[in-house]
Design a protein. Structure first.
Lengths: 322, 290
């Protein structure tokens, strides 16, 4: 391009700018059909992701639906302060963190252990059977899973209640007991997701070079030693990625399961941030701004956790989500 | 591995895995057994996983309940419409964003990525649906979930692997990008379309939170909402002080609940072989960074 302007009549500095503009127009014209194709995506992003993010401004307002955002008053951090001063604030934080912590310390290693055991199975048909059966609950809805657990724990007709009765534990109020909520929550989650969670590890395990095991065996290594020194290091990158993904969701306990298992008598352990947001924002009038503020607080902590865990993983092992 | 067959480890492993199989499959068998057994056997509460007699009264009752079949119909509509819209939005978007030539592609990809890590949350999401006038309509159920970053990234990495030479020759023959996508790329992408279609279908079928928040008329409720009403809201809260006859009634009610749950998961079980095949594939593509 610059060759076509032998004499510097026009200011030289303007040329790269012009060049850039031309290139942009060219890209726009060349990609006009791609631009057309991307429109539905842009609409969806704008309406269902970025409009709600914009809606977060109501966290700093006293939002009145009939006045709209433009007509509502700014109140600064009032709702956040109210939330921090809420008498059960620490109960909410505690319940949310404890459930996600349990969910992590059981839900993370269990699929790994399960896949290690399953990987040892020689018979392909048995392996297939175990996989088929253990993936299945992943496809049931939360309502179905919670419904099943509720029925099995029913005081009069529940099978699990009967089983415990028959071995001498005469407890019947499992669902109404605040001390059982976390256990039931975690067990139902493990029942539903462990088999499915093992998939990625099973795939990673098939990539381990069998020669490594033979060499180790010749050197006199036992089975446990092989698992420790060959298998686990081989699937470590997968483990770290999965751990990262879980860390990011550590503070965002799923709404549905907690909401569905929740009973008025178990609030001491079952009230978590998302169920509280639902109650305050949706079930009581005029709670939009407050509920939105509490939700924003929750999302920001989740985001911070994800960034931190990603940073740590990056330092420790060069693995990163982005 | 170099193991011998009948060792202690082999035995323990076998016991453990058979136990897992039992725990996973038992509820299903139990539900089938209770829901199709003779009423008298059901009322004695002694059925584990072998049905006693055969009796489809429970299913006759379920199918005669207008709220159930109405909800069933709604769920089918939401699922079919939801899948169609999602596939349209995702294929067009993912194809365009898989191309470096796409104007604003870089910026849009970043905007997509952000949605994986941050969202407006429940209340602003609900208000957005209101502002758009979608509250209490089918659109509140099928549109917000049409585009998800995860599904888009899976599709995008699939399209990115499509041979550039073929597309280029298509373009030289005078096809536009839309023509290339329609005539060349899509016919060879049935696997990824099936995968994503099933992803969306299952999540739409099982969706509970969206209808809970966005629907008001019970005539529009999908199956999951009705299922919760039937199964959960009458769980006995008394402390087991019932007489035998009341117990019997409850077992009979249980049969209906189990039947309803089964009816709601039959489609899932019916397509389960495909689900397994394609979902495993999808998880694999998804775990490779997009």
């Amino acid at each position: 391009m610059s060759k076509t302007v032998p004499n510097a009549v026009a200011p030289v500095e303007a040329l790269p700018e012009l060049h850039k503009q031309n290139k942009f127009m060219k890209k726009l014209i060349d990609g006009k059909y791609l631009l057309l194709l991307v429109i539905p995506t842009v609409i969806c992003l704008a309406l269902f992701y970025y409009l709600p993010m914009y809606g977060l401004v109501i966290s700093f307002m006293d939002y009145k639906p009939f006045k709209g955002i433009a007509g509502s008053n700014f109140v600064g951090f009032k709702h956040f302060i109210n939330f921090f001063e809420y008498k059960y604030f620490w109960r909410l934080i505690r319940n949310t963190t404890i459930i996600s912590f349990y969910s992590l310390i059981f839900g993370f290693p269990l699929p790994i252990i399960f896949s290690l055991i399953l990987n040892e199975v020689q018979g392909m048909r048995f392996k297939k059977l175990v996989q088929t059966v253990s993936y299945m609950p992943h496809f049931y809805s939360t309502v179905v899973v919670v419904g099943l657990f509720s029925m099995f724990l029913d005081p009069t007709s529940g099978l699990i209640t009967h089983f415990f009765n028959s071995i001498g534990i005469a407890k019947t109020d499992w669902l109404l007991d605040q001390n059982c909520f976390r256990t039931i929550y975690i067990v139902s989650e493990l029942w539903q997701q462990t088999g499915w969670g093992a998939i990625v590890y099973l795939a990673a395990l098939t990539n381990v070079d069998p020669q490594l095991y033979e060499a180790a065996y010749v050197d006199g290594a036992g089975k446990m030693r092989c698992v420790w020194s060959i298998t686990l290091p081989s699937i470590a990158p997968t483990m770290i990625t999965m751990l990262l993904l879980r860390m990011g969701t550590l503070f965002s306990v799923g709404f549905e399961r907690a909401f569905l298992f929740q009973k008025p008598t178990t609030l001491e352990t079952s009230e978590i941030i998302s169920t509280y947001v639902y109650k305050k924002g949706m079930m009581s009038t005029g709670g939009y701004s407050y509920g939105s503020a509490v939700g924003l607080f929750n999302s920001l902590i989740s985001l911070a956790m994800l960034v931190v865990s990603n940073y740590v993983a990056n330092k420790v092992s060069d693995t990163s989500l982005w | 591995m170099v193991g011998k067959k009948f060792t202690i480890g082999w035995l323990l492993r076998g016991i453990f895995l058979w136990f897992i199989v039992f725990v996973m499959i038992f509820p299903l068998f139990h539900m089938v057994a209770v829901s199709i057994s003779e009423t008298t056997a059901v009322m004695s509460g002694k059925i584990s996983f072998i049905p006693k007699g055969v009796n489809f009264d429970v299913y006759a009752k379920i199918l005669a309940d207008p709220s159930i079949y109405n909800a069933y119909f709604n769920t089918i509509v939401y699922t079919v419409v939801g899948v169609a819209i999602a596939l349209f939005v995702l294929t067009t978007g993912a194809y365009a964003l898989s191309k470096k030539r796409c104007p604003f592609g870089k910026q849009l990809n970043i905007l997509v990525l952000i949605t994986m890590f941050f969202s407006g949350g429940m209340i602003p999401g609900f208000l957005a649906i209101n502002w758009l006038g979608m509250y209490n309509t089918i659109w509140a159920i099928v549109l917000p979930t049409a585009f998800t970053a995860y599904n888009m990234i899976i599709m995008r990495s699939f399209f990115a692997a499509y041979p550039a030479e073929i597309e280029e020759s298509g373009r030289l023959d005078g096809l536009t990008d839309i023509g290339v996508l329609w005539y060349l790329v899509l016919p060879t992408s049935t696997a990824v379309l099936a995968t994503i279609g099933l992803f969306v279908a299952v999540s739409q079928w099982n969706s509970f939170q969206a209808p809970l928040l966005y629907l008001q008329d019970s005539s529009k409720y999908p199956l999951q909402i009705i299922l919760r009403q039937i199964v959960m809201q009458s769980i006995t809260e008394s402390q087991g002080t019932m007489g035998e006859s009341a117990k019997g009634t409850q077992f009979a009610e249980d049969a209906i609940k189990y039947g309803t749950i089964l009816v709601s998961i039959v489609p899932i079980i019916a397509v389960y072989p495909f689900l397994q095949k394609y979902f495993v594939k999808g998880v694999m593509i998804g775990s490779v960074k997009g």
